[in-house]
Design a protein around this ligand. Structure first.
Ligand code: HEC
Length: 267
């Protein structure tokens, strides 16, 4: 029987049980998280990512070691917390994944389609992109989230991301803000971070990419947004699309000043 069909009096009587059960479950989830934090399988993905960075690939048989992630050719440490940012060579604002695509095309001679093939891993099918993201992100652990806003295109990306965040559409007339615009909301057992609030935004942005226990995979921010577009009943989000980068810029900026602590571990 659906809960909303229960007579109001019965519901009122049951409510304390639901609340207590939810609190217990929440405690259990917290405990599980703490246990898991001791050993994060993400390290395996990170180690593979570091190898991919050095491996020669593509028609030009070159590695990614000369890729400029924003802090100069080959500098990986601290790059993630200063992304997305504007790059003069592509004349675009890029997040980590779109930047890696640019580098794979320019340095290794891959086509954009080849570079974007298999952006997310699946069972028994690792993704080079996901591994690279896990490793590069891990090289910013403990640093402050600080996306630049000095270039006009960086400011435009932030404004576009903000518009998309509040834009309601689709069969359910949902915006990101419908699920992530208020405190203490939840769906099923998941707490929904209020991404308009700095503390929640810092915790959320600072914990992706993440190893998802339920999926046994490391997932990137691109994947997180892809999956929320799906939950929002929006058209499928294209990997590294301008919309995805703009939203990432918006989230990064809301999280500014927070400490980056990823790849994290999530249920
Ligand atoms: C229908 C509700 C819904 C909508 C709409 C939605 N999300 Fe989510 N979002 C969720 C849920 C549920 C989770 C948590 C999933 C989990 O824990 O497994 C989540 C998680 C997230 C997270 C990670 C939070 C964390 O702390 O790990 C981010 C970031 C995020 N969403 C961004 C967005 C953005 C940006 C949009 C708009 C494109 C959006 N979401 C739209 C339901 C939604």
């Amino acid at each position: 029987m659906r809960i909303d069909r229960l007579p109001a009096m019965m519901l009122a009587a049951l409510l304390p049980c639901f609340v207590a059960a939810q609190q217990d479950t929440q405690k259990e989830i917290e405990r599980y998280r703490q246990l898991l934090q001791d050993g994060n399988p993400s390290e395996l993905f990170e180690a593979r990512g570091a190898e991919h960075w050095k491996a020669k690939r593509g028609p030009k048989n070159t590695s990614l070691e000369q890729c400029d992630l924003g802090l100069g050719a080959g500098v990986v440490k601290g790059a993630y917390v200063r992304l997305p940012r504007y790059f003069a060579d592509s004349d675009k604002v890029e997040d980590l994944e779109s930047r890696l695509v640019t580098c794979m095309v320019a340095l290794q001679g891959l086509t954009p389609e080849e570079a974007k093939r298999r952006p997310y891993s699946g069972p028994g099918q690792p993704s080079m992109m996901a591994d690279l993201v896990a490793w590069i992100a891990s090289e910013s652990r403990g640093m402050k989230i600080a996306p630049p806003q000095s270039h006009p295109k960086e400011r435009l990306a932030y404004q576009t991301g903000e518009k998309i965040f509040f834009y309601r559409a689709g069969t359910h007339d949902f915006a990101c803000a419908t699920c992530h615009g208020e405190d203490n909301k939840r769906i099923r057992l998941q707490d929904l971070p209020n991404l308009t609030n700095a503390g929640d935004a810092q915790r959320a942005f600072g914990s992706w990419p993440a190893y998802r226990v339920s999926q046994g995979e490391v997932r990137s921010m691109q994947w997180r947004l892809y999956d929320c577009f799906r939950q929002q009943r929006f058209p499928e989000m294209q990997f590294t699309s301008d919309a995805s980068v703009a939203l990432t810029m918006f989230l990064a900026k809301r999280a500014e000043g927070g400490t980056f602590d990823a790849p994290a571990i999530k249920r």
